[in-house]
Design a protein around this ligand. Structure first.
Ligand SMILES: [Zn+2]
Ligand SMILES: [Zn+2]
Length: 282
């Protein structure tokens, strides 16, 4: 594993996975990121993109890994039961969430996902050692040398935004969230201040947004405004709506490059659109 901070995108789609030739280039799997640095590996969200990541990890045993959920809507959790390291008895998987409030708990949410008549087997099929940890969005976490900060996002049932700092580089993961109105969300701006990379919920365009107000998602243009307000190096457009095929996303990429031209101090473009398999090192 390379030593510096790095993020790899395994799933970039929002709401529901989609297949078909028109999604071949950006990808149809739902949210899953892999962040590595200093020999540690963090996974963010367990959308359908976590399945191929699990297959790659399963080649190396034992797997000892942390999965941080932004929240537990299905597009961020439905791949979990297909994450093959959960079925290896020498593996340890720690699951983290910061958005749940009583009476909800992470273990109970996963157990409900694997309950008749929704799912054929229960959590007892997991052979790995599985731990569930809840925290309150807004606090700090750490994993090895990687320092993490979190913040509450504006989303139905709650969601957590994350910032990872490692050896002077930083990556923020901000999905799912909706603008609160009256300018860039100060909570997100504060969390992402001067970050090298901000991965942002860009489900809609500003033109589409009025039809989806209150659904808990944002626009790529709001991503530009937040990134500018926070002095973010690179905005990464993420959580693509299933109605946005490759041709549409090419258009977004062109417009975003005009809205934030040039390169950041990391050498990365100041705006880009996430696709499956994309790897970024700030
Ligand atoms: Zn989502
Ligand atoms: Zn959601």
């Amino acid at each position: 594993m390379a030593d510096g901070l790095k993020v790899r995108f395994w799933g970039v789609r929002g709401s529901i996975s989609c297949s078909g030739a028109e999604y071949a280039r950006y990808g149809g799997n739902t949210s899953c990121l892999e962040v590595t640095g200093g020999g540690r590996r963090l996974i963010f969200d367990a959308g359908t993109g976590i399945r191929p990541l699990g297959l790659e990890l399963a080649r190396q045993t034992p797997v000892d890994i942390d999965i941080y959920f932004t929240h537990t809507h299905l597009d961020h959790i439905s791949g979990l039961t297909f994450f093959s390291p959960l079925f290896g008895k020498d593996n340890s998987v720690r699951l983290w969430a910061g958005h749940l409030e009583p009476p909800y708990h992470l273990k109970q949410v996963v157990s409900k996902l694997m309950q008749a008549p929704l799912y054929p087997v229960s959590m007892e099929v997991f052979q790995a050692r599985v731990e569930f940890t809840e925290f309150q969005s807004g606090g700090k976490l750490s994993c090895g040398e990687m320092a993490m900060r979190t913040a509450p996002l504006n989303h139905p049932n709650g969601a957590t935004g994350y910032r990872v700092d490692f050896r002077g580089k930083s990556i923020c993961y901000i999905t799912d969230t909706e603008q609160r109105g009256g300018g860039p969300d100060p909570i997100i701006v504060e969390l992402c201040r001067d970050a090298d990379i901000m991965i942002y919920d860009s489900s809609y365009t500003d033109e589409e947004y009025p039809r989806y107000r209150g659904w808990g998602h944002s626009t790529w243009q709001e991503g530009v405004r937040v990134a500018n307000a926070a002095g973010v190096g690179t905005l990464v457009i993420f959580h693509h709506d299933p109605s946005h095929d490759d041709a549409f996303m090419d258009g977004v990429a062109r417009e975003a490059a005009l809205a934030r031209p040039g390169t950041a101090r990391s050498g990365l473009p100041r705006a880009l659109v996430a696709h499956e398999g994309l790897t970024l090192s700030p």
